[in-house]
Write a protein that binds this ligand. Structure first.
Ligand SMILES: [Zn+2]
Ligand SMILES: [Zn+2]
Length: 372
């Protein structure tokens, strides 16, 4: 008898609806109703930059670009970011899914489904919320600075004793673009205001001094370039503090891959360059080696000749134990050279490059020799 009485007491009815109660005198449904999983207000205003799609949140402009987001999805990403900040989670193990119900020009109605538990002893359930999002458009700080021509630093790229080649200009511009995009999320002023490309070289007007220095470090290392930082006084701030603007000059070496230099008085062909390392082929010693700008040998380096000064030959006569005969492709002069000067297998008809220095003819490596 006692047992039965207890059972009846436990299953006392929900004081709101009369169904059996499970928690705090309420059934699960009534408990859930009084304890929502989330709190979100509606309508919400979304202020977006019309140029770049950044959105304004309580702690400032939040960028969404730079993640390879397709243009059509920008609105969805903006809404997700805004809701992420606007939803207050109250329940346990809450997950949220979004569904656009209606999209108008400046208003989107979103159905938000929250799944979770209002109390750990209860089973998970779904709650639906209709949220209206009103779009407003403006200009973010970054786009405002950029359109106003703002820049903190200038990066000038030149080459030593020659003009920059078109290939170099293309590669430099690509690197500037890639690094700027990569740093845009963490640096509000990571943008290039303008680029001046003329016969002297390229000047990049850089929004942030940090970015400019980073780019300069990169080029210095990649191209084994010389670097000069110049600070120029541009005015005084309020209170008399002097204001400087930095210009960084990056001077690419006279030589590039394929050109000839003298190192320790030996003629060398440049095989590869980059990351603080120059890889050369010593035409006298017939060996490959690497040097970096801090090594003692680097100071002996002199420009010798551009790649275009090499001569092209075709092997015309070749038999073991005999000198090799080859013919200049331009003036048809036939020359004889010792077989031992060739590092790789040759056959009649092969195209060979050689560099003539004074009376000496140096056979160059085949381009394929260094690949792989
Ligand atoms: Zn109830
Ligand atoms: Zn913007």
């Amino acid at each position: 008898m006692y047992r039965i009485k207890r059972l009846i007491q436990v299953t006392a009815p929900c004081y709101l609806c009369g169904k059996p109660s499970v928690l705090e005198g309420l059934c699960a449904d009534c408990f859930n109703d009084g304890h929502p999983l989330i709190e979100v207000s509606t309508p919400l205003t979304l202020l977006a930059c019309k140029k770049c799609g950044s959105i304004k949140l309580t702690d400032g402009w939040k960028k969404i670009a730079g993640d390879g987001i397709h243009h059509d999805d920008v609105g969805d990403v903006q809404i997700e970011l805004l809701l992420e900040r606007s939803i207050k989670i109250l329940g346990k193990d809450v997950q949220i899914t979004l569904e656009d119900e209606r999209k108008l020009d400046r208003v989107t109605h979103t159905i938000l489904t929250a799944t979770g538990r209002s109390h750990e002893s209860l089973a998970p359930h779904d709650e639906k919320y209709n949220v209206e999002i009103r779009f407003r458009y403006g200009t973010c700080e970054t786009c405002g600075l950029m359109s106003g021509g703002y820049y903190e630093a200038i990066l000038q790229v030149r080459a030593d004793g020659r003009e920059l080649t078109d290939d170099e200009k293309t590669a430099l511009t690509q690197t500037v673009t890639d690094i700027t995009v990569a740093r845009y999320k963490s640096d509000d002023k990571a943008f290039i205001t303008s680029t001046i490309d003329d016969r002297y070289g390229i000047d990049f007007y850089v929004g942030s001094e940090n970015l400019c220095k980073y780019l300069a470090d990169e080029f210095e290392m990649q191209y084994l370039a010389e670097r000069k930082d110049n600070y120029k006084l541009v005015g005084e701030e309020k209170g008399g503090k002097r204001k400087y603007r930095i210009t960084i000059l990056i001077r690419l070496p006279r030589f590039t891959v394929g050109d000839f230099v003298k190192i320790n008085d030996n003629p060398c062909e440049i095989v590869a360059m980059g990351r603080n390392m120059l890889t050369c082929y010593d035409l006298k010693q017939r060996e490959r080696f690497s040097i970096n700008p801090r090594s003692a040998r680097w100071r002996t380096l002199e420009f010798l000749a551009p790649q275009s000064s090499r001569r092209e030959f075709m092997i015309t006569t070749f038999s073991y134990g005999q000198p090799v005969q080859m013919m200049d492709s331009v003036n048809f002069e036939v020359v004889e050279v010792e077989q031992s000067l060739f590092d790789s297998e040759i056959t009649i008809g092969d195209k060979i490059y050689a560099l003539q220095l004074d009376e000496e003819l140096y056979i160059l490596t085949k381009p394929s020799q260094f690949n792989g």
